[in-house]
Write a protein that binds this ligand. Structure first.
Ligand SMILES: Nc1ncnc2c1ncn2[C@@H]1O[C@H](COP(=O)(O)OP(=O)(O)O[C@H]2O[C@H](CO)[C@@H](O)[C@H](O)[C@H]2O)[C@@H](O)[C@H]1O
Length: 491
């Protein structure tokens, strides 16, 4: 099959979070399984150009219809660790992708509506006719809308769309101006509740709702989150839309790209190890301590890596720092916040804990350091409010770092409690799980982990090794996607 991914991220060249990991990892495995995959991405000024090989202009004059005129774009082509990527660069005074950031601008809805339009226009004009277009999250929600309302009538009637939702919280809202911009010309038609009108804000269209309504298949990133999205409030107002379109909605568990995330050959680690050589992990712990100036001792290191965002349970993250220190552990946090109040809060904590020899708070995005933390820590906390899949616990499992997670979304599909799991034999368990959102619940799970560390290190290490033996690679999940693509292709 010929598949084109249209996305706002692709690791490691453009990565703000897990979306980038998934777009790259899935593409790589689909190619390994014999499919042809190409990616279309924005050409941001701030992406990691050092991860692109052979960047050259592939399509110099792409004219993208926009409002009543055109925007002249160039399309560049290059290889990102083996994947063929096309980068769209608009030449306009809006400088949509020259902002020094991927997201967070006031006109993000216009920026990504433009990107979606330009991606389809590129396919049309360059005569690319993939069997399936796979697009992701709110940024590309308008792709299936435009495909089936405009491009279908210009020679793209045979293309099908799979739309994957990585995070229901960000849906992309806009007024009629965006419809005018992308030339969806009948606002009254698109502003109906069975199309793009938001279910709760009658003056707004909703990009993600458009994606759900128009795509041929809609997925989210774990089976449990698919259930939650339909039956609880985590779909942020899209529950009814999912109910109406339930026949095409499902959950496919994310995989992890073991080509990039593997302690046996990780390019960022000073010492390599596997489940068979688990003892070697201790050298990375020592290296982590040296790098972050933590005191050398027999204490366990607990970590958190992720966006500091309400989704990630920031109050519990904060509490986990102090509980770990109180219980005689060390703590390393690597995270970045986009919300200024959360950013200020953690900057204050960083300052407050600056001289503590058992704690290090690193605010910012640092891919390389994240690998050393996954390898050097003994436990990771993932106390999310909601978590569509979650990659940090899956990476930790591979690195022999025991996850302590809240039982929601994909965390439930991947972590099985050492003491209480009913569905797995003791030798198949791999972490600690708690359910309530309060400090006591977090403490009970962290407490059990500390007790096991303190009282029976051998069993603790065995739990970590059991986690390393899980196979959460892309192999099976990519097969599920391929099967889904195949089903929609023949409809
Ligand atoms: N400060 C930092 N420095 C370096 N690396 C950092 C970092 N903060 C985060 N990362 C890295 O970014 C990725 C985050 O993965 P998550 O699954 O937590 O993604 P996120 O919530 O962004 O994405 C959404 O999409 C993904 C993919 O579908 C879902 O798993 C998830 O549940 C959903 O919320 C990991 O690779 C992590 O190591």
């Amino acid at each position: 099959m010929y598949i084109v991914q249209i996305a706002s991220e692709c690791a490691p060249v453009i990565k703000a979070g897990g979306l980038g990991d998934v777009v790259y990892g899935l593409s790589r495995e689909l190619e390994n399984q014999g499919h042809c995959v190409e990616l279309i991405l924005p050409k941001y000024d701030c992406m990691r150009y050092d991860h692109i090989w052979g960047l050259h202009d592939a399509y110099r004059d792409l004219y993208v219809p926009w409002f009543d005129g055109w925007v002249h774009c160039s399309v560049y082509c290059g290889w990102v660790h083996g994947r063929v990527c096309f980068f769209i660069e608009p030449h306009s005074e809006d400088f949509y992708f020259d902002r020094g950031v991927y997201y967070g601008c006031d006109d993000d809805n216009m920026r990504f509506a433009f990107f979606s339009k330009a991606a389809l226009e590129f396919l049309l004009q360059s005569n690319k006719r993939p069997d399936v277009i796979h697009c992701h999250d709110w940024q590309t929600g308008l792709v299936p809308v435009m495909l089936f309302e405009i491009y279908k009538y210009h020679g793209m009637a045979n293309q099908r769309v799979c739309y994957t939702i990585h995070n229901f919280k960000h849906q992309g809202f806009a007024g009629t101006q965006v419809l005018e911009a992308v030339q969806l010309r009948r606002p009254e038609y698109y502003f109906s509740y069975d199309k793009l009108r938001d279910n709760f804000n009658p003056f707004s269209i909703n990009f993600m709702k458009g994606g759900i309504v128009y795509a041929n298949a809609v997925t989210t990133v774990s089976p449990h989150h698919a259930w939650e999205a339909r039956h609880t409030d985590v779909s942020y107002g899209l529950g009814h839309t999912l109910e109406v379109h339930q026949d095409k909605f499902s959950g496919i568990l994310n995989g992890l790209d073991y080509g990039f995330w593997n302690p046996e050959n990780d390019r960022y680690l000073p010492y390599h190890y596997s489940a068979e050589t688990f003892d070697q992990k201790a050298y990375n712990k020592k290296a982590l301590r040296e790098r972050l100036l933590l005191e050398d001792s027999d204490k366990p290191i607990v970590c958190f890596i992720g966006r500091l965002d309400d989704q990630k349970g920031v109050h519990l993250v904060h509490h986990s720092i102090y509980y770990a220190l109180e219980r005689g552990a060390q703590y390393v946090l690597l995270g970045s916040a986009t919300e200024s109040s959360i950013d200020k809060w953690f900057r204050h904590e960083k300052e407050f804990l600056n001289n503590n020899p058992d704690c290090h708070i690193e605010l910012g995005f640092n891919e390389e350091l994240s690998h050393l933390i996954y390898a050097g820590a003994d436990m990771i906390v993932v106390p999310s409010n909601f978590e569509p899949c979650g990659l940090t616990q899956v990476i930790s499992l591979k690195y022999g770092t025991v996850p302590i997670v809240r039982g929601v979304g994909g965390l439930i599909n991947t972590v099985f409690d050492h003491d209480y799991d009913q569905n797995h034999l003791p030798e198949e368990r791999n972490g600690f799980v708690f359910y309530d959102k309060d400090n006591y619940a977090l403490e009970s799970a962290m407490g059990r982990a500390f007790d096991l560390w303190g009282q029976n290190r051998q069993v603790f290490n065995q739990l970590a090794i059991q986690g390393m033996k899980y196979d959460y690679s892309w192999t099976e999940s990519a097969k599920e996607y391929a099967e889904l693509y195949n089903n929609i292709r023949h409809k």
